[in-house]
Design a protein around this ligand. Structure first.
Ligand code: C2O
Ligand code: CU
Length: 458
């Protein structure tokens, strides 16, 4: 059955032509926001779950009536959600059905280097690779995406992204909204030409169509009760400034798991690859009303339609769970993200003045050490970047010499940084030895070199 689905996807892809007509218009609130299905394990025991997932070309109806050629895990433009549990291993056999190399990175995952989807560590076309995710970290919202050297930006843009949710017992004991009331939402942007063809790389500011779980301006029917939404910014290169019409966000979680306590925010800033878990209590809104999620640039993104009453035994306590204590830091480093301009050529992306080299180690770190990194951008252009560190979650100590922003709260693996800014973060490098990357998560920036490598040694 799996095989026939795959070949049908591939056939549809081959048959999808270059569109020559007029781009169909997006009519807001005419399509429901899909909830990516939860992937079913092929084997499940108390200790581990084993999954199979393809990496393939497929089509997706993003604009009404057009089947656009895209890529997808399991043939889905937003890949299936993988649900894991702290203390139970996840093993996934990824089969690369593309005609080019690809790989998989579990963003925010505490995993061994050989399972981290290092840029040089790819799955050749036609090959299968087993990734082992130990799920030794606490409950949180992660996501998985391609990280293959030189092709990562195009692959993620074309759809190789999906949510990976870890649950844990102490979080479950809090009785937050769960089950059908716990919904991941991947937000991203995309550009179409006048005929409705996907434009892969142009000026990112032309990616004016914003998708929620793969659909532009969908509605989502909700009951008048509390929902948990796991927001993931899966856009290649974007900072969302989100608001809710007639309501606030109650934030409960960040990149690495629950916040110490809820944060009420009017505006939510989410740069590429950052996550934010929020609760919206629709019982404050009468049945028949709408709550609209907007972005300061893109405008209206998603409409929640309150359509029925429902009972609700979930709770959202103001105090959630204390964050782990921060050990004493013994090493200071500086990480400077900047473009380097060359006459008559595209700029290079650099970190500390160097373009990424997969065979060069930029920082050598002793396992178990706690370090303080000053992340800055001396970029001459004033553009935005962001910073992502593999393997560990960090804490933001300071932003521009002052207190961190609300978006910096909790356990983080990705933060936005604008030219001229400085952000002090602290991380403890526990668990594994080996090589991991850190980079700007604006994927067209890391693609041109804004990436570097650390090695953890015994
Ligand atoms: Cu989201 Cu280096 O990755
Ligand atoms: Cu950048």
């Amino acid at each position: 059955h799996e095989d026939s689905t795959h070949s049908e996807h591939a056939k549809a892809f081959v048959e999808s032509k270059t569109f020559t007509g007029t781009k169909p218009e997006i009519v807001p609130w005419t399509r429901a926001m899909p909830v990516p299905p939860v992937l079913k394990p092929v084997v499940s025991t108390a200790k581990q779950e084993i999954y199979q997932l393809s990496i393939e070309r497929t089509t997706a109806e993003i604009l009404p009536g057009l089947k656009s050629p895209v890529m997808g895990f399991g043939g889905q433009f937003v890949g299936p959600t993988i649900r894991a549990k702290t203390g139970r291993k996840t093993l996934i056999m990824f089969h690369n059905e593309l005609d080019e190399a690809a790989n998989v990175h579990l963003h925010g995952g505490h995993v061994a280097p050989e399972h981290d989807g290092h840029p040089k560590d790819v799955i050749e076309p036609g090959r299968t690779r087993l990734y082992l995710y130990p799920n030794s970290q606490q409950g949180t919202t992660l996501w998985y995406h391609d990280h293959s050297h030189g092709t990562e930006a195009a692959h993620v843009y074309l759809g190789l992204h999906g949510a990976y949710v870890i649950e844990d017992d102490s979080e479950r004991a809090l009785n937050l909204p769960s089950g059908a009331y716990d919904v991941p939402i991947l937000l991203r942007d995309i550009q179409f030409d006048d005929s409705g063809n996907i434009v892969v790389f142009d000026d990112p500011s032309k990616r004016t169509v914003v998708l929620a779980n793969g659909v532009p301006q969908p509605y989502f029917e909700v009951a008048a009760r509390k929902y948990r939404f796991r927001l993931v910014n899966s856009a290649n290169q974007r900072v969302f400034h989100l608001k809710l019409s007639g309501d606030k966000f109650t934030r409960i979680g960040s990149d690495g798991g629950l916040l110490a306590g809820t944060l009420e925010q009017d505006e939510l800033v989410l740069s590429s690859a950052e996550r934010s878990d929020i609760v919206i209590d629709f019982s404050k809104h009468p049945v028949g009303s709408h709550v609209v999620l907007t972005d300061s640039v893109a405008g209206e993104i998603l409409r929640f339609d309150v359509v029925r009453r429902a009972s609700d035994s979930s709770r959202v306590p103001a105090k959630l769970r204390p964050l782990p204590a921060m050990p004493y830091s013994t090493v200071d480093r500086v990480v400077d993200l900047a473009f380097f301009f060359k006459p008559n050529d595209r700029p290079d992306g650099t970190i500390n003045g160097k373009v990424f080299d997969m065979d060069r180690v930029d920082f050598t770190i002793k396992r178990g050490t706690t370090e303080t990194w000053l992340i800055k951008s001396s970029d001459p252009t004033g553009v935005k970047h962001n910073f992502h560190l593999h393997l560990v979650q960090f804490r933001v100590l300071e932003r521009n010499g002052g207190p961190p922003l609300p978006g910096d709260a909790g356990l983080k693996d990705t933060i936005p940084i604008t030219a001229g800014e400085t952000v002090k973060v602290q991380a403890t490098f526990t668990g594994y030895t080996g090589r991991y990357v850190y980079h700007c998560h604006f994927l067209e920036h890391s693609w041109i070199g804004m990436m570097a490598q650390l090695e953890i040694v015994p």
